[in-house]
Design a protein around this ligand. Structure first.
Ligand SMILES: Cc1cc2nc3c(=O)[nH]c(=O)nc-3n(C[C@H](O)[C@H](O)[C@H](O)COP(=O)(O)OP(=O)(O)OC[C@H]3O[C@@H](n4cnc5c(N)ncnc54)[C@H](O)[C@@H]3O)c2cc1C
Length: 459
């Protein structure tokens, strides 16, 4: 097997595989190194399996509320966790196997299995092989943070990897972390039939979002019977018989939450600690993310970092966009940069939250004269017809330029409808473009022209 290549890619996450495709098409020889599962977090333990479970949970909830649609479901609704997991595993395996086949059969690409670490700025070791290349691309992703809460070492806990292996339903799941990952799993397992308690140290859930968004999400989760404990300033654990006790306050609230299982969902950390980056001289920031410039070049010429490990994004679409930026600059003479990217993401609770750009709070802090438009989902025909009227639409516009500054669509179809706004923002077109467009009836997107037609000054 050759040991000298034009390029080395470390990690088969969301940027590396497609980059390998472009590099080999350009005539380069590529060594591809993956230590575990092709497809990385998104395919194996992130987006794909969680959205497969969200779909099962949605069906369970619809079955439970079937009578309100005039549909009869015989007997109590229950979930067969083995079957739910089998469905999820099948979807994941198809995606992972497809990607692995793509890479292993790619002309000009040699796939290595094993843990990669640098020996020098242009040498990477994987097992007994010492590989050399003048271009090295790091796409090693991240993993769940294990917080040092008192007692965490005395109780069994799961992260996003462990919880996806469950074949029986937890009697009472305690989710520590009321942000994107924790809320998705919390609602999934509640709909499957578990008791669920979500513990969050901030005063509100998803504290990066506006207060009205947090409050609405808390409202619909509580309606489904999820216990939410916020301002949990002193989270600690202890075994209690066969159960686990989770305390939230060390001073004046002695009430523990007692659960059968604990999910830790308090953030992610990059996989940069065991890469030998010091031997290559690659710089990290204080949180362990690889420092990159606007074209995702590290401080060492010939080494790039893409995806979650560079701290410039924490999503599959940002990792993929990193690939596009690197490929455009390196292969297409097309200058693209990370700062051209508008922040976009979704939270896949039901209903979902679609987000783009600034929050209302961020717009207020910026001091820009701005306009705001809102509309509850109770006024959206499609939502009423679907019986899914939780949430609201909120848009923010620059009062002077008329460009859209940001939007939140919390409601049925919000993860799709937000794209009308995303594209208008990329076009740097005024909001009147959407206001005057004819959208299809009945859709959630159809309400966007109405919302933009009824803007008020943000006071
Ligand atoms: C529960 C959960 C749900 C999520 N849902 C969504 C969602 O709905 N939408 C969304 O956009 N994002 C979602 N994300 C985030 C998304 O999964 C990540 O942003 C995305 O996977 C990042 O891709 P990446 O290419 O940076 O790294 P990863 O996908 O993590 O891939 C990195 C790869 O590198 C390999 N690797 C690491 N170190 C080495 C080494 N030294 N040698 C060889 N190989 C190595 C790893 O094994 C892994 O395969 C979710 C994340 C979680 C945890």
């Amino acid at each position: 097997m050759p040991t000298t290549f034009d390029s080395i890619i470390i990690g088969a996450g969301q940027a590396g595989p497609t980059l390998a495709g472009r590099l080999t098409q350009s005539g380069r020889t590529v060594a591809f190194i993956e230590r575990k599962l092709f497809g990385g977090t998104c395919v194996n333990t992130g987006c794909t399996p969680t959205k497969a479970l969200v779909a099962s949970a949605y069906v369970a909830q619809k079955a439970r509320t079937a009578a309100s649609y005039g549909v009869t479901v015989q007997g109590a609704v229950s979930v067969d966790m083995k079957a739910v997991k089998a469905r999820k595993d099948q979807i994941v395996a198809k995606s992972r196997d497809g990607l692995e086949n793509y890479l292993r059969n790619m002309k000009g690409c040699t796939a290595f299995t094993g843990h990669a670490h640098f020996e020098s700025p242009n040498q990477v070791r994987v097992g007994d092989d010492l590989l050399t290349a003048k271009e090295i691309f790091i796409n090693v992703g991240g993993r769940a943070v294990v917080p040092d809460f008192p007692g965490v070492d005395r109780v069994p806990w799961m992260d996003n990897v462990g919880i996806l292996e469950l074949e029986t339903l937890p009697r009472h799941l305690i989710v520590v972390g009321g942000s994107y990952v924790g809320l998705e799993f919390g609602q999934i397992f509640r709909r499957f039939g578990s008791e669920v308690t979500i513990i969050e140290k901030s005063p509100r859930l998803v504290s990066r979002e506006d207060e009205d968004v947090s409050a609405s999400i808390r409202g619909f989760l509580e309606k489904e019977g999820i216990h939410v404990r916020t301002s949990a300033e002193c989270i600690h654990f202890e075994p209690r018989g066969n159960d686990i006790a989770a305390g939230v306050d060390c001073t004046d609230d002695p009430t523990d939450s007692i659960g059968s299982h604990v999910l830790l969902a308090v953030g992610r950390t990059p996989n940069t600690h065991d890469l030998g980056l010091e031997k290559a001289g690659v710089a990290l920031d204080a949180r362990g993310f690889i420092t990159v410039d606007d074209q995702l070049r590290t401080n060492v010429p010939g080494i790039w970092a893409l995806g979650d490990c560079n701290g410039r994004g924490a999503f599959t679409h940002t990792a993929y966009n990193d690939f596009e930026i690197v490929a455009a600059n390196l292969l297409d003479n097309d200058p693209r940069s990370v700062t051209d990217r508008i922040p976009v993401y979704a939270l896949y609770t039901d209903p979902p939250l679609g987000r783009v750009g600034l929050t209302e709070e961020q717009v207020r802090k910026s001091g820009k004269p701005a306009l705001i438009g809102t509309r509850p989902m109770t006024k959206v025909a499609r939502a009423i017809e679907k019986g899914e009227t939780e949430g609201f639409i909120k848009v923010l516009v620059d009062a002077q330029t008329k460009e859209i500054l940001g939007a939140s669509i919390l409601g049925t179809g919000g993860d799709e409808a937000i794209h009308c706004i995303i594209d208008t923002m990329y076009a740097r077109a005024p909001y009147t473009l959407i206001q005057r467009a004819v959208h299809i009836h009945p859709t959630v997107s159809e309400l966007l022209p109405t919302v933009f037609g009824d803007l008020k000054p943000l006071t």
